[in-house]
Each structure stands twice: as structure tokens, then as C-alpha cells.
Ligand binder design. Sequence first.
Ligand code: IMP
Ligand code: MG
Length: 180
Amino acid sequence: MDQVQILDKTFVKYIEKKDIDAACEKMAGQINEDYKNDEPILLATLNGAIIFAAELMQKLTIRCRISCIKLSSYSGTTSTNQVKQLVGLNEDISGKRVIIVEDIVDTGVTYEHMVALLKEAKVKDIAMATMAFKPTAYKKDIPVQYVGFSIPDKFVIGHGLDYDGWGRNLPDIYQLKTEN
Ligand code: IMP
Ligand code: MG
């Protein structure tokens, strides 16, 4: 499938699943090395990160755990610049090393919100592991440690990423088709 139609929009294939798998493998290798003497907690952001987080976790050989948090900043294909916390943290993570796992980091509003939340929870340190990153859309100074793909500021779906809830089940990543 080189093109998919979701609601009113057409998307074209952009990153193949085999390349996502390879990027995930590479990221896991780095995390295994960087956290070899630790027991980090992966904090997956629902709903988008579930697929990538599950894949990444299975490639980790270090002792690790996973927890989930649900935040929402998007409406349709644009960021609202406001983050809603829909499911919160319900365990004590103070003193722990936390790796946030995201499907995508865009403006960084969600990430900044998570960092504030985690600092309040007195975690030991925080890192970000994201499948995709839009560097030109990113407005924050917080470093993004682990990046699968740096991509242009164009809307994408698939492999966990959605357009109004649809398209998460596509194994590949698709980019919004623009007429030109
Ligand atoms: P940020 O707060 O602007 O960094 O946006 C982060 C969240 O917005 C991500 O976790 C996604 O849920 C959503 N998002 C950002 N860009 C895209 C995209 O291109 N496709 C689908 N969702 C996106
Ligand atoms: Mg998300």
C-alpha cells in the first residue's frame, strides 16, 4: 500500500516498517549500554507510543519496567499548545531513572509538561526515547537523547501515530500528501 485514505486526507508511504525495526534495534542497543548498571522505568505516553514502546522494551536486555501516562495536545492535524493529562502516574517513581517513550516529539510542549511532572515526582533523571522527531517544529531547549528518525515538519501517521484516532495500526509510517 503506497497510499492510504483516512477520513478527508490522503497519506503516502514514508518510512517502512523494516527501517523502523532497525532504528528501534539501534536505539535499544544504546539504551542497553547507557543504562547497563541501572533499572530504568520506561514511561510510555498513551496512546501513540504503545507500539514503539512494546517493541523497544522487548529489545532491552537490562532490568527495566514500564508504566504509562496519557497526555493529549493534538486536535486533528495541529497542536493546540495545551496539554491535557488524561491518565496520571499512580506509582512512586521518586529516585528512579525514567526514560519517556514517545511516538513523536513535535513542538515539545508535551515533553516539557512531562519533565515538569517528573521533576515534581523527584525522579533521579529523565531521558527521551522517541520514534520520530521534528527538529524544525521543536521549540524547547530540553535535549532529546534517543531519536529513531528526524523528519520534516509534516503530519505523519502509522506505527502508533494517528489522525483523529485512525491509522495507528498501519505498520509503516505515512506522510500527509500535499498537492504541488
Ligand atoms: P508536541 O507536544 O507538540 O511535541 O506533540 C506531541 C504529540 O502530538 C505526540 O505525542 C503526538 O501524539 C502528537 N503529534 C505530533 N505530531 C504528530 C504527527 O505528525 N502525527 C500524529 N501525531 C502527532
Ligand atoms: Mg503521543
